[in-house]
Design a protein around this ligand. Structure first.
Ligand SMILES: Cc1ncc(COP(=O)(O)O)c(C=O)c1O
Length: 431
């Protein structure tokens, strides 16, 4: 055991980890392009873009330069009563590429806080307007983060059961599966008609943590129209779907009806710095204006609009203005479509879905889609052994590789998945 692992075991508490049974963590000492390197010199293709964030791979030099330049100018500064050029540049650039009504940007430092802030803005919006609207609508299977508000609007279950008594009440609609859409819309309509709903939050087009489950923009538009007709504010949580993942810059770009809030993180800084954005309209912003301080949004974080994080996000936007990123999105979309055809031939594969750069499928285990499937551990170990880092979501295997991945490396991933399906995968019998 290396001294780093020894010290890690002594002092570090890892996320989503049962330390009693967990194996030693991998010791990654270097990352470059789409590859990660461990202490022993083994290399791994980063097939899930390091928790879905490293959109341009690792060690991008343009981002690195922007970071250092900003460090030499202003590393950090309080953001109450102060502004700085990179925060303003980022706010201006991001609002230019989001729906035109979304003009105001609030900064935080991760996906959960970007959601938390959108929820707080909705609650206070109605409070400031003197209206008693307190209920929220969310979708079964959703994941919006691990802070209390974000957990409250997420899927309830084994991940958050101990905290449930502290959550606020939320109503859930079913996940649209192509057959139940009219029923879901009727359900939403009957809830909205109570006049009690403050807001609705959704992961547009793709539910990430639920296993990259996908649904149509046409359905989303119908649901969003109902919300608008009933004066229910809409949050599209684009923490995972933003920045090219779905084949367009944002999932919202597929939709006719635009939300009142978009939350962003992950790909926002191409996985280099921690940053979250809550972007909303002047309609919302104006409800916080007045002579009384108590009408303002009294919320902030030490690292709000950290200049280095903002500079990195601007450098990320530069990269999206270059042909390479756009080509990467097109490549992955095309390669995923080809891979899909191969998967369709495999008996033990079901529920294949693909949207832009993301492809996911389930391995038939007889248990449905479950996070605790032992396929997860088998697949994780198998792929690592083949030099690929994939973290399955239970029996759901998915690939959302960096946009810069070459066809050769993409093929290594898919060949390894096919080999796992044909020779590596052991499915326990369930009665
Ligand atoms: C859709 C969505 N929202 C919010 C979050 C939470 O983001 P973070 O992990 O940065 O707090 C995630 C994380 O996976 C996510 O997928």
């Amino acid at each position: 055991m290396s001294s780093i692992i020894e010290k890690d075991k002594k002092h570090v508490w890892h996320p989503f980890t049962q330390h009693f049974t967990a194996e030693n963590p991998m010791e990654i000492v270097r990352a470059e392009g789409v590859r990660l390197y461990d202490l022993a010199g083994n290399e791994y293709i980063d097939a899930n873009s390091s928790w879905w964030v490293n959109i341009h791979g690792h060690g991008n030099t343009h981002i690195g330069k922007a970071m250092m330049k900003q460090f030499n100018q202003i590393d950090h500064i309080v953001f109450a009563g102060v502004t700085h050029p990179k925060a303003v540049e980022l706010a201006e650039r991001i609002t230019k590429i989001l729906p035109p009504e979304l003009e105001k940007v609030f900064f935080s430092d991760n996906g959960s806080t970007s959601v938390e802030i959108a929820l707080k803005m909705i609650i206070q919006y109605w409070h400031n307007k003197g209206q008693n609207k307190k209920r929220f609508l969310a979708m079964n299977g959703s994941y919006h983060g691990d802070t209390f508000g974000a957990m409250s609007v997420g899927q309830r279950g084994y991940f958050n059961a101990p905290f449930e008594p502290f959550f606020f009440d939320v109503d859930y609609i079913d996940f649209p599966n192509g057959e139940n859409e009219d029923l879901i819309l009727l359900h939403a309509q009957s809830l909205f008609e109570t006049g009690e709903f403050a807001g609705m939050i959704l992961e547009p087009l793709v539910q990430g943590a639920a296993g990259m489950r996908m649904y149509s923009a046409a359905f989303l538009d119908k649901l969003a129209s109902l919300a608008k007709e009933n004066d229910v504010l809409i949050i599209y949580d684009e923490v995972m779907t933003g920045f090219g993942r779905t084949g367009k810059m944002f999932a919202t770009d597929y939709c006719e009806v635009k939300p009142d809030f978009i939350t962003l993180s992950k790909g926002l800084t191409a996985g280099v710095m921690a940053l979250g954005l809550t972007v909303t309209s002047n309609k919302i912003y104006n409800a916080f204006l007045g002579k009384e301080m108590t009408k303002a949004l009294l919320h902030g974080h030490s690292f709000t609009a950290n200049p280095i994080a903002c500079a990195v996000a601007c450098a990320n936007l530069d990269l999206f203005e270059q042909p390479r990123a756009i080509q990467g999105m097109k490549n992955l979309d095309l390669w995923n479509k080809e891979f899909r055809k191969e998967l369709e031939e495999i008996e033990i594969v079901t529920n294949i879905r693909q949207q832009g750069t993301i492809i996911a499928f389930e391995i038939k285990t007889g248990e449905g889609n479950t996070y605790f499937s032992d396929i997860k551990a088998q697949a994780y170990a198998y792929f690592l052994n083949q030099g690929i880092l994939i973290r399955p979501l239970g029996n759901v295997i998915f690939v959302n590789a960096p946009l810069i991945i070459s066809k050769e490396d993409y093929d290594k991933i898919t060949q390894s998945i096919l080999a796992f399906l044909s020779e590596g995968c052991r499915i326990k019998k369930h009665n």
